[in-house]
Design a protein around this ligand. Structure first.
Ligand SMILES: Cc1cc2nc3c(=O)[nH]c(=O)nc-3n(C[C@H](O)[C@H](O)[C@H](O)COP(=O)(O)OP(=O)(O)OC[C@H]3O[C@@H](n4cnc5c(N)ncnc54)[C@H](O)[C@@H]3O)c2cc1C
Length: 415
């Protein structure tokens, strides 16, 4: 990691960063590739990088309509955990958690992965039952998770008001291996790795339509013209549905804005990540000292990355109810992404009815944490033509088979 050592940073800073090279090349589109990946978010870039490294693919393009990470990957609150309820979800997210541990070394890029633990609060008997059920399920899945009583919660998180009049804390599930990472470093790290392996990363290149002939994909239309490929993977989050529809395939995805915000930086006050879906907020502190706040989605269906004031107001009320001392913080900024939500709040990964056309989307409000696993396992599918066992349950046909993986109702936690 000599490229990001303290000495090299200092040398670069003294030189006004004039010597700093590009982290990835500015590629121009070629007329043909073996695989085209549509979408330069975390899932798309990780897929390209593993396809090149693990499967030796040489001619791969990532086509991104704007800038890398400009979608949800560099807008999220960066929470990582694997304590899902259903076995299929827990297996994928726990596989990802294992990969996160070595990701900085693997990428040669510090993604600031910090395993500070994740607390999911319970404020009612219903929450307690749900939380304990999940802890028991995690025990069976081999995932370390514990149930904490209110006093243990207070010890882990002193600024939390466990006796809040409206929302007393009755306990919490605790996953010690959970935490946060720096989201844009993940994007840049995978982009650098893919670029070094010969992947063409082409920004400002929107795919406007998918092209096919005789039931098989032939390539994509872009403002630079037609680009051919026998395999196209749509990894375009909330815009996947519209794109895939150009090939006559309907995806059960609803697009909604999801907002987040940060405070001014302060000294360390909050060690764990704290989630409360009942009160409607989740909080963590960045290495810079800012407190990051997230909430549930805005209600209206929309493709516009801008949220409503009502959600911000409710989110602030929730923060102050749980952490009264945070009322003295000033907010720095708020923003939104557009998340891709499926009816069972689980992703859509795999083949489609059009031969050669693959999808990897529907990660909704919680897909950041899955990026390393999704990239690796989806690359396996693209290269071998066979879905990896861990991803097979997330294929589109689960809606035909009625084999839903309903994490929304099961875990009642968005992130
Ligand atoms: C506010 C917020 C908070 C969140 N918090 C968390 C969290 O704490 N933990 C967690 O695990 N997850 C969280 N998420 C969810 C997570 O960010 C997403 O699930 C994940 O980033 C999805 O990654 P992706 O690569 O699929 O999509 P994206 O990062 O959105 O990338 C898709 C890319 O496709 C591009 N694209 C779209 N259409 C086209 C086209 N036609 N041609 C070319 N390119 C196109 C877009 O520009 C975009 O860059 C949060 C999301 C938001 C918005």
């Amino acid at each position: 990691m000599s490229g990001s050592s303290f000495v090299s940073w200092m040398r670069s800073a003294i030189g006004g960063h004039r010597q700093a090279g590009r982290q990835w090349k500015k590629a121009s589109p070629k007329s043909a590739y073996d695989v085209i990946i549509v979408g330069g978010g975390g899932h798309g870039l990780a897929t390209a990088a593993y396809l090149a490294r693990d499967h030796g693919y040489g001619r791969i393009a990532v086509l991104e309509k704007a800038w890398l990470g400009g979608g949800n990957t560099a807008r999220n609150t960066a929470i990582i955990r694997s304590n899902y309820l259903h076995d299929y979800s827990a297996a994928v997210y726990d596989h990802a958690l294992g990969l996160w541990s070595d990701l900085s070394a693997e990428l040669g890029y510090n993604v600031l992965f910090s395993q500070r633990g994740v607390l999911t609060l319970a404020h009612s008997q219903h929450d307690v039952r749900q939380g304990q059920r999940r802890v028991f399920a995690n025990g069976r899945q081999g995932i370390e998770a514990q149930w904490l009583d209110p006093q243990q919660v207070a010890e882990r998180c002193p600024p939390l008001d466990i006796a809040a009049p409206r929302w007393p804390v009755l306990g919490a599930s605790w996953q010690p291996a959970g935490g946060v990472a720096r989201h844009d470093a993940v994007v840049w790290g995978y982009a650098q790795m893919a670029d070094a392996l010969g992947v063409d990363i082409i920004e400002n290149c929107p795919v406007t339509a998918l092209c096919s002939k005789d039931g098989a994909v032939t390539g994509v239309e872009t403002p630079f013209g037609f680009i051919s490929a026998p395999k196209v993977a749509v990894v375009a989050a909330a815009q996947s549905a519209a794109l895939v529809q150009s090939a006559g395939i309907v995806l059960p995805i609803t697009a909604k804005p999801l907002q987040a915000m940060v405070s001014e930086p302060v000294k360390p006050v909050l060690d764990p990540v704290v989630l409360s879906s009942t009160v409607g907020v989740y909080v963590s502190q960045t290495d810079k000292g800012e407190l990051v706040f997230g909430a549930g989605t805005d209600a209206p269906v929309s493709q516009v990355a801008r949220g409503s004031w009502a959600v911000i107001e409710d989110q602030m009320a929730a923060v102050v109810a749980l952490f009264p001392s945070f009322s003295r913080l000033r907010l720095l900024r708020t923003w939104a992404g557009v998340v891709d939500i499926t009816p069972d709040a689980s992703p859509l990964v795999g083949e489609t009815a059009l031969s050669g056309l693959f999808i990897n989307c529907g990660w909704g409000t919680g897909g950041f944490k899955a990026i390393p696993a999704s990239g690796k396992l989806f690359a396996h599918h693209l290269a071998t033509g066979t879905a990896h066992d861990l991803l097979r349950p997330f294929a589109l046909d689960r809606f035909e088979r009625g084999a839903l993986i309903d994490e929304q109702r099961a875990a009642v936690v968005a992130q």
